[in-house]
Structures are given as structure tokens and as C-alpha cells.
Design a protein around this ligand. Structure first.
Ligand code: SF4
Ligand code: FE
Length: 474
């Protein structure tokens, strides 16, 4: 069982200035584990959605470990992501690992074709194990990057990008860090990979390898989230979403060993750019996950309108329509990108790059507007509501019950719970997942604009216009 598999590991984790001996039962960490566990539970509850047949091991496997065999596979993946967003209301942390597996299929194949290496077979061997044991793979992509005007090999501290520091007969040793690692310590394995295009001089930075998340030399430093200390409070109302949360860690790799069997790139700098752009093609369409969160927040906004007795007001209905329009626009660009997937030489399908970037670019904007509208419908009480303890207090409790009533038929506690959920998703812990991760995860907005610029074929479009306007084209 997944949660049990995380116990008893000698994993080094720091949170609030202390080393955490038992992360699994830590009140701040556990909701993030619950969110990942939902990916296992859904596979049992809805196998058509969350599992697939793997020809690699001739068994059904969790869809988060499945090699994409068709555009339809990608569309079902998107539906599964939306569903998991609806269930958890947060980041369930497993998609970056899936998108890593997907990109490695074609990249290892392409490198082997050019260099006669054996990366693809190593990758398939690893993947079989991962499928058999239903493992979580964390994606270690984002280096700290230091001075953005300098290449990896030009940084004043060479470790600001993760790199190979030693090679032996048995394997390689790496040093550096990966930032913002989604589900870092909830993963069984971490795949490190380059974060940007590399030049010949950056050879030691062109490294891809799989490492156990608890390997010797790895330290996880837990990222704080807004209102995270509420997890330590008694009661569940003020938490807004008491069961589920996201997780990002800064992962330090100090002289970490990777045996050759788990090395999938070492020095092939010319493939780094392709690796990043193929990864983003998959991952930026994965951000349809946020439409599941959007469904939750639209539901919360509609519920609070009911509780306030405002559900029939035409402007309320119109705001719900607006929220839905924005949410479905994200979804449509994501699944369009999946339907337009094309087969690569290795046999795997890859999302349409332009539409994946459009999907993610929509995600950098629309959840903010959806959140604004949810806060509009929630009213100011969302941020002036007294604490759960005051509701339970013998003097203040009855006063709050009397004066914070909306519709008489609705318990005041229900009203408080929905307001806290909207607070959680737009200001609190899961605003990390719904807002800031939507902005910066899978690349900040400018990264999409660069790729849109590259792919927008404006010269061809000028010709369309000129032809119709009767301007001669040379
Ligand atoms: Fe998956 Fe979305 Fe979390 Fe990325 S942000 S891991 S796509 S749930
Ligand atoms: Fe992410």
C-alpha cells in the first residue's frame, strides 16, 4: 500500500528548522501524501479511467505509469487529471513523473539512434519495475539557476545547475539541487534531468538519471505554504480542505551515486533542448488538472450563493457562467492538444506543442479570474470569519450562530466550511496549487510566450493575408 511504502525509509527531511523523523504522520505533510494516494485509489474505483494495459509487462498498470500509445490515451489522461482535481482540490503530484516517463521514451530512443548508446533499453528495464511495483516518480527538472545571464558552466558556483562530478566503472556521482520539486519526498524515485538547452561546454550538466528519493546524499527541505500552520490546529473547519494538500521541496544532491543502469543521458548536450520542449508539450497539457480544481471552486461559489439566498440573482448566475467559460476554455485547449498528438519515431505519441502551450498559458491567467469571482460571490465574511474555536466557545459560539446565519435552513457551520474552502483555494494552502503553481508550474508565462512565438508561423500567415489582399508574393 502506498502510504505504508513511504514508512521506514531513511529519508532526510527538514521542516521548520527540524529534521523530521516520521514525515508520513506529520500533520503538515500528511495531506500531500493523501493527495498522491488518491491516484492509487482512483485506479481501483475507476480502472477504465485510471489504469491502462501495458504491453511491457502484460498487465494493467496505473495510468500514471503508462506509455502513451495513441491520442486517445492522452485524452483519457486529461480526463483522469480533471477527475483527480475534483477529488482533491489540490495538486496530486503525480503528473510530472508521468510526463518524465513519456519524454524519456523518445529521447533515450533518439540518443541511441545517433550515438549507439543503450539508454532506451535501460529506460524500459526501469519502467517495467516501476509498473510492476506501481511506483511514484518525481520530476527533478528545475535547477536553482543562479545568475540567469550565465550558462550552467559559467556560474560562480558550479552547483547551481545539477551536474556530474565523477564517473567510475559502476556509475556517476552528481551534485547540485532541484527546486520546487512537486511531491519530492512523497516519491519513491526522482528523475533528474536538464532544465534548459545546453552548449558543448555544459557537457557535465547534460545528465538524466533515476535515484531513490531516500538515497545517501539527498536532503529534502520542505517548502512552506500559506497558512500551513493551520494543519497543526485542532478541528478541521478552518483548514478549508483538511484532507488534501500539495507539496514542493528543495532537493539537495550532494555527491549522489547513480549506477549506469539508471543513467539515461550523460553528456549528449544537443538533446537537452528537445528534452525540455517535449517534456513541456506533455506537461503543459497536464495542467488541465486545474480544471478539476476549477470545478470545485465553481461548486463552492454556487453553494455559498445558495446559502446566502442569492442563487436566483441574475448577476450571480452570470458570474457562474463566466467562471465555467474560463474553466472549460482551459480544458478545451488541453484536450485539443491531446487529440492532435503525433507519433514519434520511438513509437510514443506526443501532445501538440502549440496547443499545450496555449493550455498552460490559459492556466496562468484564468484561475486568477475564477478566484476573483469566487471571492466576489463569497463576500467579505470569507476573510473576517472568526475561528472554529470561537464557534465552539460557550459565550461567542451562540452569538456567532445567531449573527452569522444566512438562509435559516442552512447550518451556520456549513456556511463557514464553504467559506473556508474558498479561502483555502484562493488565499490559503491550496492557493499554492490553484494560483501560484498555475502561474509558474511547468514554466512561467514568458516560457510559453517564447514557445508560442517559435511555433506561430507568422510568415505563413502574412502570405495568407497578402494573397487574399491581392499582393504579389515572390
Ligand atoms: Fe499534476 Fe497539476 Fe500537480 Fe502538475 S500541478 S503534478 S499537472 S496535479
Ligand atoms: Fe506542477
Amino acid at each position: 500500500m502506498y502510504v505504508e511504502s513511504l514508512r521506514g525509509r531513511d529519508i532526510k527531511v527538514y521542516l521548520f528548522g527540524k529534521q523530521i523523523q516520521n514525515p508520513v504522520d506529520h500533520a503538515i505533510i500528511r495531506p500531500s501524501i493523501n493527495a498522491l494516494k488518491a491516484t492509487y485509489d482512483l485506479a481501483i474505483e475507476d480502472p477504465d479511467l485510471a489504469t491502462a494495459w501495458s504491453p511491457l509487462i502484460n498487465e494493467r498498470v496505473n495510468r500514471f505509469l503508462h506509455i502513451v500509445e495513441s491520442p486517445e490515451d492522452l485524452v483519457i489522461k486529461n480526463r483522469m487529471q480533471r477527475r483527480l482535481g475534483q477529488i482533491t482540490g489540490t495538486c496530486f503530484q503525480r503528473c510530472a513523473g508521468l510526463d518524465t516517463i513519456s519524454v524519456l521514451h523518445s529521447i533515450t530512443y533518439d540518443i541511441d539512434q545517433k550515438h549507439g548508446t543503450v539508454y532506451h533499453q535501460r529506460y524500459l528495464n526501469f519502467l517495467k519495475q516501476a509498473q510492476q511495483h506501481n511506483l511514484i516518480i518525481g520530476a527533478g527538472m528545475t535547477d536553482p539557476k543562479g545568475d540567469r545571464s550565465k550558462r550552467p558552466s559559467e556560474q560562480s558556483d558550479p552547483d547551481l545547475f545539477l551536474h556530474v562530478i565523477k564517473r567510475t566503472k559502476k556509475g556517476i556521482y552528481i551534485k547540485g539541487a532541484k527546486a520546487h520539486m512537486t511531491g519530492g519526498l512523497n516519491s519513491h524515485w526522482i528523475c533528474v534531468m536538464p532544465t534548459m538547452n545546453l552548449s558543448e561546454k555544459d557537457k557535465d550538466y547534460a545528465v538524466v538519471g533515476m535515484i531513490p528519493a531516500h538515497a545517501v546524499g539527498i536532503t529534502h527541505i520542505y517548502g512552506r505554504q500559506s497558512c500551513d500552520l493551520r494543519a497543526l490546529e485542532e478541528g478541521d473547519i478552518d483548514k478549508g480542505n483538511a484532507k488534501f494538500g500539495g507539496q514542493e521541496t528543495l532537493v539537495i544532491f550532494d555527491n549522489v551515486f547513480i549506477p549506469w543502469d539508471h543513467v539515461f543521458m550523460d553528456g549528449e548536450t544537443e538533446f537537452a533542448q528537445d528534452m525540455v520542449s517535449r517534456f513541456t508539450s506533455y506537461h503543459r497539457a497536464s495542467y488541465v488538472c486545474k480544471t478539476g480544481l476549477g470545478d470545485v471552486i465553481i461548486g463552492a461559489a454556487a453553494t455559498i450563493a445558495d446559502y446566502n439566498g442569492a442563487e436566483k440573482a441574475s448577476h450571480i448566475k452570470d458570474k457562474l457562467v463566466e467562471m465555467t467559460h474560463l474553466n472549460e476554455t482551459i480544458y478545451s485547449s488541453g484536450i485539443a492538444s491531446s487529440y492532435e498528438a503525433k507519433k514519434l519515431p520511438s513509437g510514443i505519441y506526443k501532445n501538440d506543442e502549440m496547443l499545450a502551450n496555449i493550455c498552460k498559458h490559459n492556466v496562468t491567467r484564468f484561475p486568477y479570474e475564477i478566484s476573483r469571482l469566487a471571492q466576489d460571490l463569497a463576500g467579505g465574511l470569507m476573510v473576517t470569519l472568526p475561528s472554529e474555536q470561537d464557534f465552539k466557545h460557550e459565550i461567542t459560539g451562540p452569538l456567532l450562530e445567531k449573527y452569522l446565519q444566512g438562509k435559516a435552513s442552512v447550518p451556520v457551520e456549513h456556511r463557514a466550511r464553504i467559506l473556508r474552502l474558498i479561502e483555502n483555494m484562493t488565499l490559503g494552502r491550496n492557493a499554492v496549487g490553484y494560483l501560484t503553481e498555475s502561474l509558474h508550474g511547468a514554466g512561467s508565462p514568458q516560457a510559453q510566450r517564447i514557445q508560442i512565438t517559435r511555433a506561430m508561423r507568422v510568415e505563413e500567415k502574412k502570405d495568407f493575408a497578402k494573397r487574399i489582399a491581392g499582393i504579389q508574393i515572390d
